[in-house]
Design a binder for this molecule. Structure first.
Ligand SMILES: C[S@@+](CC[C@H](N)C(=O)[O-])C[C@H]1O[C@@H](n2cnc3c(N)ncnc32)[C@H](O)[C@@H]1O
Length: 348
């Protein structure tokens, strides 16, 4: 199976909800009025191995690079997408910066073997390897990570996790983040079963997924805005593709169905923009605005041009739409946020 990149030279609160349920509005985030009034011009950004060469080259579609291993995964793997994913990584570190370990919540104290499925740029895997030098950490993805140094106990590999797994180790922790829309329901069941089979007894699975729907509590998001319709547009595209994007709502039940026990869930409200009064949320919001701004095109292009309605959009139509959504993101006094859900559970 996996093509490996040698270490050191890598190239290349708690509540359950079921699918379709409206997410519950939890605590209201207080607005920092100073930030609102500071915007004079409406600019919300002013805060501001041996991996084969075809795998490295990937497939260029509409100006973005995609994995050459599969042609049905929506996300590009290029510098812009890695920048977005790294912003997402920092966002989740900030949101859990008051936790004993912001990298994961599973009570795994001294892991020996860790696997990160869909590792993207490998940032989470690299941080875990740094934090636990005695552990061996694997990150696996359809595409090679960007050229970067990795610690000697971290191995970033290129493979499709839907294929047979060849790792011999029994893992202490298997982690997934932002794998929404990667699998059909049947494929998810198979991935969770593989996770179960490859964890040691007492090992943990942990997964973090976001809700693509953007919301506001104070009506600052106009119901007829593009941003208000953004999430549903992509939920619909992904449903037509057969690889739903509502993973955050469905993962807990699927993880339990795979045999995991004591499955816990934490729900985050993730602000977009520096509008919250709370310093931690303000920081998170500032990072999340960059995350969204750099991510919009990569999130939108494949799904709209393959699965857009009433018929697939042209790349130019998708670009115009993304530009208009980006303009909306810059609007002052927009107190918007989305949910992110983290779930972790134990193999008995
Ligand atoms: C949205 S990215 C998230 C990356 C990383 N987990 C993070 O949070 O930064 C999802 C990643 O899953 C990978 N992926 C999708 N389907 C996969 C599969 N069948 N096998 C391995 N990786 C896969 C994609 O290539 C992509 O890099």
């Amino acid at each position: 199976m996996a093509s490996s990149l040698a270490p050191g030279q890598a190239e290349g609160t708690s509540s359950s909800a079921t699918a379709g349920e409206e997410p519950q509005r939890t605590d209201i985030v207080d607005v920092d009025e100073d930030v609102d009034s500071a915007f004079e011009d409406g600019d919300n950004f002013s805060d501001t191995t041996s991996v084969s060469s075809s795998i490295y080259r990937g497939r260029m579609i509409n100006g973005r690079k995609y994995s050459s291993l599969r042609d049905d995964y929506w996300g590009p793997s290029d510098e812009q997408q890695f920048e977005t994913l790294n912003a997402g990584h920092v966002l989740y570190l900030v949101l859990d910066s008051n936790q004993p370990n912001p990298l994961f919540r599973s009570p795994v104290k001294s892991p020996l073997y860790v696997l990160d499925i869909g590792t993207g740029p490998g940032t989470w895997a690299i941080d875990v390897a740094d934090q636990f030098p005695a552990a061996t950490v694997y990150g696996v993805d359809l595409s090679p990570p960007p050229s970067t140094w990795v610690p000697p106990n971290c191995f970033l590999q290129v493979d499709d996790v839907l294929e047979e797994w060849t790792w011999r180790e029994e893992f202490d922790l298997i982690h997934m983040r932002l794998m929404l829309g990667a699998f059909t329901d049947t494929e998810w069941a198979s991935v969770y079963k593989k996770c179960f089979d490859h964890l040691r007894s007492g090992g943990y699975i942990e997964q973090i997924e976001l809700d693509v729907r953007v919301m506001s509590d104070d009506g600052s998001l106009a119901p007829d805005s593009l941003l208000a319709g953004w999430g549903q547009t992509f939920l619909d595209c992904a449903r037509r593709a057969g690889r739903p994007l509502d993973t955050q709502l469905t993962m807990k039940a699927k993880i339990e169905a795979a045999g995991f026990v004591d499955v816990q869930e934490h729900l985050y409200k993730c602000p977009i923009g520096a509008w919250p009064k709370d310093p931690l949320l303000k920081d998170a919001g500032r990072i999340n605005l960059n995350h969204w701004s750099s991510g919009l095109e990569g999130w939108a292009m494949f799904l709209l041009t393959r699965w857009g309605a009433p018929e697939p959009w042209t790349a130019d139509e998708a670009r115009v739409y993304v530009a208009r959504v980006r303009d909306e993101l810059k609007k002052r006094r927009l107190h918007i946020w989305h949910y992110t859900r983290r779930v972790w559970g134990r193999k008995p």
